[in-house]
Design a protein around this ligand. Structure first.
Ligand code: CAA
Length: 240
C-alpha cells in the first residue's frame, strides 16, 4: 500500500525521522517546513525527499501547499501533523504572545493542515491522519501551560476525527513522544534536562527514529483497525 504522505515540520528533528520512515516504508513523501531553508535543502540532498515551504499558521497557505503537493505527487493518503513549537515560561511570566504563538502553530496549525486534505480523503474512502502530540499534553508540565494545552487539544482533534472518519475509511491517531533527543529538548537548560532524564525509567532520551517507526506503523495497512488511539513512546516516564 504505497501512498503520498505529507509531513509538516518534516525536514528537521522528529519530523525528518518520520519523513524518512515513511519513505523507507515505500510511500512518496512531501516534507513541509516553515523557515529553515538551509536545513530543508540539506535534508532533500541527503534523503531525496522534496520539501515544500509554508507556515501551518496560515490556512490559505496550507490549502495551497496541499494542492501543490497533490499536483506534483498525487492525492495525499497520509498526513502527519508534526510541526510544533515551544515558548516555555512559568505561567506568571507567560505573555499573551507566547500563548498565542503556541496555539497558532500547535493547535490551529493542526486544523489548518488536516482540514484542506480531509474532503479528498473522504471522497477516496481512504486516509491515515496522524498527529504528533506530546507526553506533556497527557500529564502537563511546569513552564508549559501553553504547550500542554495545545497538545491535549490535539488529542481531542484525533478522537473526534476518528469518529467522523470511521465510516469513510479514514483512521486518525496520535503519537505522544516523551523527551526525544532533538533541538527542542536540547534547548531546555542543561540542569533541567538532566533532572528530566532522571525521571525516565529507561534512563535515556528517545530517538527521532523511534517516533518515526511508530508513525510508519500507524500509516500502514496493518494499522487499519486502530483509530482514535494514542501511542505513548516515552521510555516509561508516564502511563496513561
Ligand atoms: N517542578 C517544580 N518546580 C520547578 C520545576 C518543575 N518541573 N521546574 C522549575 N521549577 C522551579 C525551580 O526549582 C525554581 O524554583 P526556585 O526559584 O525555588 O529555585 C523556579 O521554578 C524557577 O525555575 P527556573 O530557574 O528554571 O526558572 P526560569 O524562569 O529560568 O525557567 C522554565 C522556567 C522556562 C519553565 C524552565 O524551568 C524550563 O525550561 N523548564 C523545562 C520545561 C520543559 O520541560 N519543557 C519541555 C521542552 S521539550 C518539549 O516540549 C518536547 C516534548 O513534547 C516533551
Amino acid at each position: 500500500m504505497s501512498k503520498v504522505a505529507l509531513v509538516t515540520g518534516g525536514s528537521r528533528g522528529i519530523g525528518a525521522a518520520i519523513s524518512v520512515a515513511l519513505k523507507t516504508a515505500g510511500h512518496t513523501v512531501a516534507a513541509n517546513y516553515a523557515g529553515n531553508d538551509e536545513a530543508a535543502a540539506k535534508f532533500t540532498a541527503e534523503t531525496g525527499i522534496p520539501t515544500y515551504k509554508w507556515s501551518v499558521t496560515d490556512y490559505d497557505a496550507c490549502a495551497a501547499g496541499a494542492a501543490k503537493v497533490e499536483a506534483d505527487l498525487g492525492p495525499i493518503g497520509i498526513v502527519v501533523a508534526n510541526a510544533g513549537i515551544t515558548r516555555d515560561a512559568p505561567f506568571h511570566r507567560m505573555t499573551r504572545q507566547q500563548w498565542q504563538e503556541v496555539v497558532d502553530t500547535n493547535l490551529t496549525g493542526v486544523f489548518n493542515t488536516i482540514h484542506p486534505i480531509w474532503s479528498g480523503m473522504r471522497d477516496r474512502k481512504f486516509g491515515r491522519v496522524i498527529v504528533i502530540s506530546s507526553i506533556n499534553g497527557q500529564k502537563g508540565q511546569f513552564g508549559q501551560v501553553n504547550y500542554a494545552a495545545t497538545k491535549a487539544g490535539d488529542l481531542g482533534i484525533i478522537k473526534s476525527l476518528a469518529q467522523e472518519g470511521a465510516k469513510v475509511g479514514i483512521t486518525a491517531n496520535a503519537v505522544c513522544p516523551g523527551y526525544i533527543a532533538t533541538d527542542m529538548v536540547m534547548a531546555v537548560p542543561e540542569k533541567v534536562r538532566e533532572s528530566i532524564i532522571a525521571q525516565i525509567p529507561v534512563g535515556r532520551l528517545g530517538t527521532p527514529e523511534e517516533i518515526g517507526r511508530c508513525v510508519a506503523f500507524l500509516a500502514s495497512e496493518d494499522a487499519g483497525f486502530i483509530t482514535g488511539s494514542t501511542i505513548s513512546a516515552n521510555g516509561g516516564q508516564f502511563f496513561v
